[in-house]
Design a protein around this ligand. Structure first.
Ligand code: URP
Ligand code: ZN
Ligand code: ZN
Length: 455
């Protein structure tokens, strides 16, 4: 057995000081004091918070965009995740046009199986709707995929409103959740054309072509469609005050089953980053992700929503591309810069640091562990410190001080948007299925990650 002694255990009912014993991949015991036997391994957690391992329910690992592979594979991405305290990711498998969901799931399993340090499950992204889609979704549900994704932007991925409605009806019948990328694709296409026509081709053109209204329109439309269908939806990577207003309006009308996800980048970084100097005026490409970074007023509104309990989960949308060799393919036009940024490793540290004194361990646990476990059908096995639950554990030292830097990160990408941030707190010990996967931000080399069938 492994016995973690003397930490503050972040349990569902509140913080309690005590010991926790891991055995056979499960939490075997929680007690005020557990006496170790001769063969037991003992770890001292005095001064630490002991969390149910963090869950990142929005990642894109080892993903082909048509032009590039993401910089992080399942191997490097889940290793980096574990080093930062994340023990489970839910990645977006994508059934591109002409590919069935069954084929996509098999392909994503092939990419991930046997290589992962953290556990992994899959949402299924649906890029085309047809007569057989409902039957395919039913088969996905049986294979442990209890959430789906559709896009309202990106021409090669998006569904029409009528198709989205049909998909939502299916989601309702399967008691599943539909995650939706909420930007109005027509607005984005037109504004990209207009911005380029004014001669703006650099990264600063990216936020100009994707205004807050494009997000708010799509959020509002989605929520009306979900209301008609009576389906549960998760608004992913919410980035604007206007989008939040649309969510508040739907919730105040009494609409049930609206879940909200945002990401650390939309809570900490603003759109002045697109003007960052360096790389011949191209350094802002590091922040080209969709939706884009926003205004300080948006950041303030989202932070307020997090503090008010209006946000269900914090994920990363980790989708990493190197600045040199990948993003710089878009030097002539911001529309050709691969969209996405890294964050899988640093989410817990960025959240703990930027909300220090505002969010305590219970709230961090709700946002990054219990919340995503509940929304995505993994609770109570995951997201919960309790006897019988999975032994996915993050022992977090809130007193640790360190500097986030690409030079020392595990993520296999040539930058981090959080370069130079003085982090307050660090994952000291990270267990995945009861196996020590990382210590003090360094991997142990174990690969205990397993496929998570979600209910
Ligand atoms: O720019 C981003 N976020 N790329 C990943 C795909 C998505 O939109 O979630
Ligand atoms: Zn998206
Ligand atoms: Zn995404």
């Amino acid at each position: 057995m492994i016995i973690i002694k003397g930490g503050a255990l972040v349990c569902p009912e509140g913080l309690r000081r005590g010991d926790i014993a891991l055995d056979g991949g499960k939490i075997a015991r929680i007690a005020a004091s557990i006496e170790p036997g001769a063969d037991d391994t003992v770890e001292d957690a005095a001064g630490c918070w002991v969390f149910p391992g963090f869950i990142d329910a929005h990642t894109h690992l080892q993903c082909w965009t048509g032009m590039d592979w993401t910089a992080d594979s399942f191997e490097t991405g889940t290793r980096a995740a574990a080093c930062g305290g994340t023990t489970t990711v839910v990645d977006y498998a994508t059934a591109d046009r002409g590919v069935t969901m069954d084929e996509a799931l098999a392909e994503w399993r092939r990419r991930a199986d046997g290589t992962c340090t953290a556990n992994y499950g899959f949402h299924m992204a649906i890029a085309e709707w047809g007569e057989d889609s409902a039957a395919q979704m039913r088969r996905m549900r049986e294979a442990g995929v209890s959430s789906f994704k559709t896009y309202l932007a990106y021409d090669h991925l998006r569904l029409t409103d009528a198709e989205t409605l049909q998909c939502l009806e299916c989601v309702r019948d399967l008691d599943a959740v539909l995650c939706v990328h909420c930007e109005n694709g027509d607005i984005v296409n037109e504004l990209q054309r207009e911005v380029l026509a004014t001669g703006v081709t650099g990264p600063e053109g990216h936020p100009l072509s994707r205004p807050a209204e494009a997000e708010a329109d799509a959020v509002s439309r989605l929520l009306y469609l979900a209301s008609i269908a009576g389906a549960k939806v998760n608004v992913v990577h919410l980035s604007t005050r206007l989008g939040l207003d649309a969510i508040r309006a739907a919730r105040s009308r009494g609409q049930q089953g609206i879940f909200v996800e945002t990401c650390p980048q939309y809570l900490t970084l603003d759109d002045t980053r697109y003007l960052e100097e360096g790389d011949d005026g191209f350094a802002g490409a590091k922040y080209v992700m969709s939706p884009p970074l926003r205004k300080p007023a948006d950041i303030a509104a989202l932070r307020e929503a997090v503090l008010a309990g209006e946000v269900d989960s914090i994920a990363t949308d980790h989708c990493s591309f190197n600045l040199h060799g990948q993003k710089d393919r878009g030097r002539d036009s911001f529309t050709r810069i691969p969209n996405g940024g890294p964050g899988i490793e640093h989410r817990p540290a960025v959240m703990a640091t930027s909300f220090e004194g505002q969010l305590g361990p219970m709230e961090l646990m709700h946002l990054m562990s219990e919340g995503p476990a509940r929304v995505f059908g993994m609770w109570p096995a995951k997201g919960r410190l309790a006897e019988g639950a999975d032994a996915d554990i993050c022992v977090w030292d809130p007193a640790a001080r360190w500097t986030i830097s690409a030079a020392t990160q595990q993520q296999a990408v040539d930058y981090t948007p959080y370069e130079g941030v003085e982090a307050h707190g660090r994952a000291r010990l990270v267990y995945v299925n009861g196996v020590l996967a990382a210590r003090d931000g360094e991997p142990t080399g174990e690969k205990p990650g397993r496929y998570v069938e979600r209910g």
